[in-house]
Design a protein around this ligand. Structure first.
Ligand SMILES: [Zn+2]
Ligand SMILES: [Zn+2]
Length: 398
């Protein structure tokens, strides 16, 4: 690799990256409300004299570095936080009550800002264009889809895209991913079971939606266990049930919510169809009605390109060591990076943040989620390497 020094360069600006990450961490913002976050990104780009387009997808920022000729590579970070009250044992805890960067998107944004700074320093070596995507609303808002639809991958057309995600299952200093489907196609489900309310002492004068809701939850379990190929996985999880208030009243309705996931879009559509059919027939058999909907945004599966993962793997091995680069199994988490890889080749790469000594052992979306910040300069170096090595490769193949 021609850019070995990028890890040393990233380590030399470690404090600068960490400071930005901690500021972002203290002021988390939910999807499409990333106003302060987006402002910090733009202020930093202004200081670095990097031009950008704003806004895309409400709060998104699209920065450009390079000579504007030749191949184009994109690097992506997401900016949104989660509606979780932080309980992590850190000095820079969230100051926005009930909101937390529990998925590490503060780290993603800071690592990409670090890469922006290093790439700008090397701009005369960049023969081509590097686009930096700071996107909103990964956590269910499909911000990636909106960035794509608003032209983030066009003009000049992007040929490859890379994204990083902090990975609490991997120790700090490690990197992992895989070729093909890495993350699942995922979406939400909502159901309302409608019966007929009444006195709980006279169930024969009512139609009880509670027992029917319970039957529906149980019957849905057979979709994955009895209908899917065991080697082609899926998930049906009902995660919330609400109905009734009193011990002696049969309620009129029961509301349920959950998530459905599969490793392909066809798989997801199949599960959705079966959820709808089974719920309707179970309800009908017991004199209830059910409304099933799949609201919000269905994310396609995140599919990694073989060449992009091979480049990332080699780079990560050179920056750390080959035994710290891992072939991972696919996971059923969803990720809206998928909207980019639907259109162009790319790779979504996991970067280890686990450190038992620091108590960085909790999974993402946990109120005590914490990262070892030694991962940040490595992430910055990976971004720089993804871009520079890809531009070299694309020019050779042109
Ligand atoms: Zn998340
Ligand atoms: Zn995330």
């Amino acid at each position: 690799m021609r850019y070995e020094s990028c890890y040393d360069d990233a380590c030399s600006i470690r404090d600068w990256i960490v400071e930005r990450r901690r500021t972002l961490h203290r002021f988390p913002e939910l999807m499409y409300e990333e106003v302060q976050t987006s402002r910090l990104v733009r202020q930093t780009l202004d200081e670095l004299e990097i031009p950008y387009r704003y806004p895309l997808a409400e709060t998104g920022v699209l920065a450009t570095i390079g000579d504007g000729k030749g191949p184009t590579v994109a690097l992506r970070a997401d900016m949104d936080a989660l509606p979780i009250h932080e309980e992590a044992d850190i000095s820079f805890r969230s100051e926005h009550d009930g909101k937390m960067h529990a998925c590490g998107h503060d780290c993603h944004t800071a690592m990409l800002l670090g890469a922006a700074r290093l790439l700008k320093q090397r701009e005369d070596e960049i023969h081509g264009t590097v686009k930096l995507l700071f996107q909103p609303a990964e956590e269910g808002g499909a911000g990636g889809q909106r960035m794509r639809d608003e032209g983030a991958l066009d003009d000049p057309p992007v040929q490859r895209i890379f994204g990083l995600h902090v990975w609490p299952q991997l120790p700090v200093g490690s990197v992992g991913s895989r070729t093909g489907v890495f993350l699942a196609a995922a979406g939400g489900v909502e159901m309302t079971v409608r019966g007929q309310g009444g006195h709980a002492a006279m169930p024969h004068r009512a139609v009880d939606p509670v027992s029917v809701a319970a039957k529906i939850v149980n019957e849905l379990q057979t979709i994955v266990s009895r209908e899917l190929d065991p080697l082609n996985s899926g998930v049906v999880s009902i995660t919330a049930i609400h109905g009734g208030d009193a011990y002696n009243v049969i309620p009129e309705t029961v509301q349920m919510r959950g998530t459905v996931r599969a490793l392909s879009m066809e798989g997801l559509l199949h599960i959705q169809r079966r959820v709808r059919e089974i719920a309707a027939h179970v309800a009908e058999a017991h004199r209830c009605e059910v409304q099933t909907s799949f609201p919000g945004n269905d994310y396609p599966p995140t599919v990694n390109d073989a060449d992009c993962w091979s480049l990332a793997k080699q780079l990560a091995g050179e920056l750390t060591s080959p035994d710290r680069v891992h072939e991972l199994d696919a996971v059923m988490g969803g990720e809206d990076f998928a909207f980019y890889t639907e259109q162009i080749p790319g790779c979504f790469v996991a970067i280890g943040v686990r450190n038992e000594q620091q108590g960085a052992i909790f999974n993402v979306h946990h109120p005590k989620f914490k990262v070892d910040e030694d991962a940040l300069p490595l992430g910055t170096a990976l971004h720089v390497g993804f871009a520079m090595n890809s531009l070299d490769q694309l020019r050779e193949h042109a």
